[in-house]
Design a protein around this ligand. Structure first.
Ligand code: EPU
Length: 439
């Protein structure tokens, strides 16, 4: 089903909304349940499409997944079975999570199959690190026309692995493969995002022995078996920051219940430098426009503890409303400024560059990728018809339409449901003026 929104912009978003578990943790926590000998319980689970995709994939493999509809999942892996390739293949293109099922399935069944992967079109998004990691652990990897088949008849063994870049997914691949592998694993060049730390906390609850050092080195001592876990997922810091940028872009005032300061410090510093007002409380964070001119900034995206790439797109919309020239250097994905073309059509003054316009030369500087943006403000945004390109770009288009004068027609908004729970209900709660049409 395709959904469209007709948005009448120019209304400041004001009110309270709540964020639940992180999209970039919950599906991986669900996969971790496969490693346990007993059932797991995951709480604070949002109602988003990725949860449904992983539920379907786990169910195909015999995991009984019970969702109480209130945010609690019960996952019982006591009857894990091989799934039909055709059934798994039906999920081709839905999500990037299937690659993370490989380690747990190799442990449990000695083989795994993954379909072609989905996810947002924000760069090539190769899986070479994942496949290399699995080979290091002893998996045999075979590429088929419909996907990738892996086998490990003799089980997986610990390994020394060094990642060429601190990839979130490849670090998770190591964690999910190494905890039950024979012997010790040493991972160098690991990503240390809070979502990874929460996954490590879950694995520790299950019985894993994982040591995180200060220099991106993680040691894992393989254990023979793990039990289930009982865990409440960390809250979604990307969604929280997106609503913060929405408050700035629309001249609004939004209390995001569930937003946590510790996971968002870099965003909060940037928000304050732009001139936004913050009220950081125990139960959430209030983000508001100061009522005076916003300030331009220079920002580079980076791996944790840097400024997250997923915070970038909504912030760029807010920067079109700052007085002066802002510079944004994207160093995580080579192709994450495609969404700015729609903003340009709406009247934003944004120039894109192939050079590294930041203090850190990045991997993309020599490769001819358009990965820096100069945003000159303040510009009045005008309503436009827009088709949503990807999750974060799509949310940015929504907030651009909400801040623009006039009526915008935004199509393809179902993509936004991949990562923003009940976003139309939240928009209503914040006083946005819009109509929904499904076709
Ligand atoms: N990379 C490779 N080879 C690999 C894996 C990654 O070259 O095998 C490169 C990527 O192309 C990219 C960089 O390494 O340039 C970082 O990618 P990473 O593996 O860290 O990303 P990911 O695990 O695929 C997760 C999130 C993304 C988020 C990134 C970075 C999930 C499901 N996705 O992706 O979230 O941007 O980490 O923090 O956790 C989103 O939520 O909109 C989103 C795209």
């Amino acid at each position: 089903m395709s959904s469209a929104l007709t948005i009448t912009g120019g209304v400041p978003l004001q009110g309270t909304i709540k964020v639940r578990g992180a999209k970039n943790l919950v599906p991986k926590a669900m996969v971790a349940a496969l490693l346990g000998a007993t059932p797991s319980t995951l709480r604070n689970v949002p109602h988003i499409k990725d949860v449904q995709v992983v539920t379907d994939l786990l169910s195909l493999h015999g995991v009984a997944v019970d969702n109480d509809g209130q945010g609690k999942l019960h996952l019982d892996p006591s009857n894990v079975v091989r799934a039909q390739h055709a059934d798994i293949d039906a999920h081709a293109g839905d999500s990037r999570i299937p690659i993370l099922l490989c380690g747990p399935l190799l442990h449990t069944l000695g083989e795994a199959f993954i379909p072609d992967l989905g996810g947002c079109k924000i760069g090539d998004r190769p899986i070479n690190y994942h496949l290399d990691v699995l080979r290091h652990f002893g998996a045999k990897v075979e590429k088929l026309d419909s996907g990738i088949r892996m086998s490990a008849p003799n089980g997986l063994h610990g390994a020394k692995v060094e990642l060429p870049y601190p990839s979130v997914g490849a670090t998770e691949q190591v964690l999910l493969s190494a905890t039950r592998a024979r012997g010790r694993t040493e991972l160098r060049g690991a990503a240390t995002e809070p979502e990874i730390m929460d996954l490590i906390a879950i694995l520790q609850k299950m019985g894993a022995i994982i040591t995180v050092q200060t220099d991106r080195v993680i040691h894992i001592e393989g254990v023979e078996s793990l039990s289930g876990y009982n865990h409440s997922a960390m809250s979604d810091r990307i969604e929280a920051a997106s609503w913060g940028s929405a408050a700035l872009a629309t001249g609004g005032d939004i209390f995001v219940e569930g937003a946590t300061q510790a996971d968002m410090m870099t965003f909060l510093n940037t928000f304050r430098k732009v001139g936004g007002d913050l009220d950081i409380r125990e139960d959430g964070i209030r983000f508001s426009h100061p009522g005076t001119a916003l300030k331009p900034i220079v920002v580079e995206t980076d791996v944790h503890p840097g400024f997250m790439t997923d915070w970038q797109q909504p912030l760029v919309v807010a920067l079109t409303q700052a007085e002066g020239v802002s510079i944004v250097h994207e160093t995580v994905y080579e192709n994450r400024f495609g969404f700015t073309h729609a903003l340009q059509r709406m009247g934003a003054n944004i120039q894109l560059h192939r050079d590294c316009l930041g203090s850190t030369p990045c991997r993309f500087g020599q490769s001819n990728y358009v990965h820096s943006a100069i945003i000159s403000g303040r510009t009045e945004l005008r309503a436009q018809d827009i088709h949503v390109p990807d999750l974060r770009g799509g949310f940015s288009h929504l907030i651009a339409a909400l801040s623009a004068e006039g009526v915008s027609h935004v199509t393809g908004v179902e993509l936004i449901e991949r990562g923003y729970e009940h976003f139309t209900t939240k928009l209503e709660a914040l006083g946005a003026t819009f109509d929904v049409a499904n076709s």
